[in-house]
Each structure stands twice: as structure tokens, then as C-alpha cells.
Design a protein around this ligand. Sequence first.
Ligand code: NAI
Length: 342
Amino acid sequence: MTIKKHTVAFYGIWPEMKDYIRSKMSEFHCTIHPESINTENLNKNADILAIFVESPVTKKMINALPKLKMIATMSTGFDHIDLKAAKAKKIPVCNVPFYGENTVAEHAFALILGLTRKLFQSVKRVKEGVYDFHGLRGMDLKGKTLGVVGTGHIGAHLIKMAKGFEMNILGYDPYPNKELAKTLGFKYTTLDKLLATSDIVSLHVPLFKNTYHLINKKNIKKMKPGAILINTARGGLIDPEALVMALQSKHLAGAGLDVLEDENLIQNEELLMSGGCKECQLKTNLMNNIIIDHPDTIVTPHNAFNSIEAIQRIVDTTIENIRAFAKGEIKNDVTTLKPKKN
Ligand code: NAI
């Protein structure tokens, strides 16, 4: 079957990816924008959008693109797209369901080890010319309990890695995978029990309405005193004010975060000063800055996906999604996802 001519607008594309995309999409008309999408840089002729997570696709944008027929997100998560608005216009939203669960799990482990071995403080000290280990005592992982919230692709890979460190593992998932638990050798429990008994809690859950502030003021207090919280999934899973309180009271020993709620506002002074933010977003931004500056945290800028191998797989799957759509076949459409059954 021949591919119909489509106009694909790519946003947030790094210079080194441009030639590769053009070479793989020669039958398409492509516009490649280095910046994220916004209401000012919309390509009105585009019938396909290809975007990364830092490009929020709002209802207003969807309605402003009269020819839009498909959205391809170069990510697993899709909470940056107004799915309801896309669905209303029968526009499929195609994601990259797998690009290597190891990539994000490895970053989560980097955050875990960074905190438990005080790597950031150690490196900083040596670079400042102080070659002295006093005050830098860390903690072994062997024999400690890791609580994995969300035992999907990434969570399961983290469990495999933690087994190599001889950790005990607890899992929580509303859809427990008993076969996985048997194969990898871990136990499922309730969220409350997991929080109460884990030395390290790592979140690997999508951000939905019902997972927003999954870790909140009420249940953060149930976490084991001195525990560490890791989040490489989505910022909205943790109430930032609850985390600030838990860190300031020393109830938690640390937090390793690759994602923050409303992270697009950080350093976006223009938006913050323009009055275009809600009061609650200003508060979130303040909490985020307290978290970033706290001595017991490591915050990375939504970078967990960003490995050479993963980017290649993400771009290739996105191109496959677009090519399939152009041939009349819809692949990886998240607007048609059905809730899982036990
Ligand atoms: P997945 O869909 O394979 O697994 C998610 C798991 O969470 C499923 O087993 C599901 O049953 C479970 N879950 C759903 N609601 C839950 C709840 N209330 N409590 C506990 N578990 C719940 O997804 P995958 O590939 O493991 O990715 C997880 C998340 O990681 C993505 O949704 C995405 O937001 C995030 N992510 C972050 C990246 C980064 O660069 N920081 C890169 C890729 C993904």
C-alpha cells in the first residue's frame, strides 16, 4: 500500500536527530521545530503532531489545528495531552509503550545509589579540594527493603536489578502480576504496608486522576522513619508540600526525583511573572524550589529516558507509529486503552 502524503510537525527535536528523522520520513512533508509546542508556533497545515513530554497538547491547540488527524507522542506517558479533546475529535494518540524498561530503572537506581552513598556531596567535596570522608557515611542496600509501587515494565525491571543487590522486595499494584512475583521472588502487599516497611520506596505508576498525589500528607507519615522516596514516574504522584514537611522534619532521610509536579514552570520566569499561573501552581513552584535546594535530595530534570539507546528506540517507534497510521493502521493508540483486569 502506498503512503498518503501527510504533513508531520515535530516539536522539541534536538539538532542531532533532525537528519535521521528526515532520512526516515522522506515520503512525508515534515516541519521540524527545535522548541516545544505552544499556541504561537502551531503548524496549521499539520495533520500529524510528533511531540515529547515537555510539549503539552491542550484542547485549545487541538481545536486550532483543523487538519489534525493523529498525535504521536515520543514517550510512554501521555498525561501532557488532553486525551478527552483528542477523543472527542476521534484523533488517535499513539505512544511508545516500551523503549527499554531498563533505561528508567537504571536512572532510578542511580538516584538510589546517589542518595545512599552520598555521591553528590562526596564528589562536590573532592572537587572543592577537600579529600576527607568524614560525615559521608552511607548505607548498604543488601538486606534492605525496596517497595516498588507499580510493577509494570519499569517497576519489574527495578525489582530484577534490586535482586542483584540482595534486597528484599515488596510490590504494590492494583493489578498484581502473580506470575511475575513468583518468577522474580517478591511479595505483593497493600500500599500502607509497603510504605510502613520499606527503607526505599520507588514510584513507577502512570499519572491518572486517581494516582494524583498518591503520596500525600496523610500517607507520607506512614512511611518508615528514615526512608528514602524515589520518583522517576510523574511529578503529580507526590504532593510536594507533604514531601517538604517530611524532609524538613527528617521523617524521610532523602528523596531522589526525576520529575516534579508542574515541572514546566521551573525556570519559566516569564510565565510565573505574567500572572498566567494559578495560585496553587505558584505554591507548587515554591515547594519544588525548596525540594531542589534541600541537602537531602537529588533532583534530575526529567532525564531518566535520556540514554543514547532509548532515544533511538523512541524515535524509531514514533516513526513506525506514523508510518502505520499513514497506511491506515493505528498502532499504540492510548485513547482506546481499556482498564486492566485482574
Ligand atoms: P506500565 O504501564 O508498564 O506500568 C505501570 C504499572 O502501574 C501497571 O502495572 C499498573 O497496574 C500500575 N498502577 C496503575 N495504577 C496504580 C496505582 N494506583 N498504584 C500502584 N500501581 C498502579 O508503565 P511503565 O512503562 O512501567 O512506566 C511507568 C511510568 O513511568 C509511566 O507511566 C511514565 O509516567 C513514567 N516514565 C517516566 C520516564 C522518565 O523519563 N522519567 C520515562 C518513561 C516512563
